[in-house]
Design a protein around this ligand. Structure first.
Ligand code: F6P
Length: 320
């Protein structure tokens, strides 16, 4: 394989640029060329091809977002769209494709692999960390640190005004960001979609904590579990405590990647490229502890990533 393509796709995540840099430079190191496409699959279909040499990925290791830009492509979800994408990849001389993105983007990669036997490699890039087959996806660590910085700031004002604050974090249908940010931000409770919760129980807990002298609290809510405004209103009405809510939203997607995300992105980007150039295909690279691993995309996309019960328990124990 002498020429590969690369895209960033779906929701952007801090560290995607570092992954791009790794893909391009690992390929060049093996004597291969790289063509990038802007706007993910949509850009392949529209032939937004750009030659990626070493300079093209210079000075981007610290930049959030993705220099290639990204999109969620409705056209690529159709067989006609995928056929068009295949034609464009071939027209640009690409013999393989590295996809940096979340589970929707990796599903697209699997389809190219299964329907057309086109060689693909996936690199998990998503703040949600909801992808099986890897302990971490690129961007999660940065997003969690951004959320924790916000929680720390909110805690100052919660303390001063003796209020209950409900902070909503991203995560789509999962609670990985909420759990990690809640634990490290010292939240009194974390609501996630994976585990049933009772707002009445939380009100009881807040009353009991107040009777022991706790005058302010932070609750972290995953967007997939509830709306922060609803939780805040419910608690206010049921306890009489003064409540406020904050939705962190897209600020969690931006910013310079942490050192952890940069190193993760560099390792995963380089490994995906090396495996693709060595003849492996239809896989997603990941980390298991300190080790790099690679799994079939079919396994990754048919497996649910589980919440760590020990972390959940720790949240409750720490809230006593
Ligand atoms: O998948 C990343 C993510 O940020 C989710 O946490 C969130 O639900 C979604 O993307 C938001 O998507 P959009 O940027 O299209 O509104």
């Amino acid at each position: 394989m002498k020429r590969i393509a690369v895209i960033t796709s779906g929701g952007d995540a801090p560290g995607m640029n570092a992954a791009l840099r790794a893909v391009v430079r690992a390929a060049i190191g093996r004597g291969a060329e790289v063509v990038g496409f802007g706007h993910g699959y949509e850009g392949i279909i529209n032939n937004e091809a750009v030659e990626m040499n070493s300079q093209a990925v210079g000075g981007i290791i610290d930049r959030g977002g993705t220099i290639l830009r990204t999109a969620r492509s409705a056209t690529f979800r159709t067989i006609e769209g995928r056929q068009k994408a295949l034609d464009m990849l071939t027209a640009n001389g690409a013999e393989g494709l590295v996809v940096i993105g979340g589970d929707g983007s990796l599903t697209g990669a699997l389809k190219l692999h299964e329907e057309f036997q086109f060689p693909v490699m996936g690199v998990p890039g998503s703040i949600d960390n909801d992808i099986a087959g890897t302990d971490f996806s690129i961007g999660f660590d940065t997003a969690v640190n951004t959320a924790v910085q916000a929680i720390d700031r909110v805690r100052d004002t919660a303390y001063s005004h003796e209020r209950v604050f409900v902070i909503e974090v991203m995560g789509r249908r999962n609670g990985f960001i909420a759990l990690e940010a809640g634990l490290s931000g010292g939240a009194e409770a974390v609501l996630i979609p994976e585990v049933p919760y009772s707002l009445l129980d939380i009100c009881r807990y807040l009353r009991s904590a107040a009777s022991k002298g706790k005058r302010s609290s932070i609750l972290v809510v995953a967007e997939g579990a509830a709306k922060a405004s609803d939780v805040s209103d419910f608690i206010g009405k049921n306890t009489g405590f003064e409540t406020r809510h904050v939705v962190l939203g897209h600020m969690q997607r931006g910013g310079s990647p942490t050192a952890f995300d940069r190193v993760l992105a560099l390792r995963l980007g380089a490994m995906a490229t090396n495996r693709l150039l060595s003849g492996f295909r239809g896989e997603m690279v990941g980390v298991d502890g300190r080790n790099l691993v690679s799994h079939p995309l079919s396994y990754v996309l048919s497996t649910d990533r589980q919440i760590d019960p020990e972390r959940l328990l720790l949240t409750e124990v720490m809230a006593q």
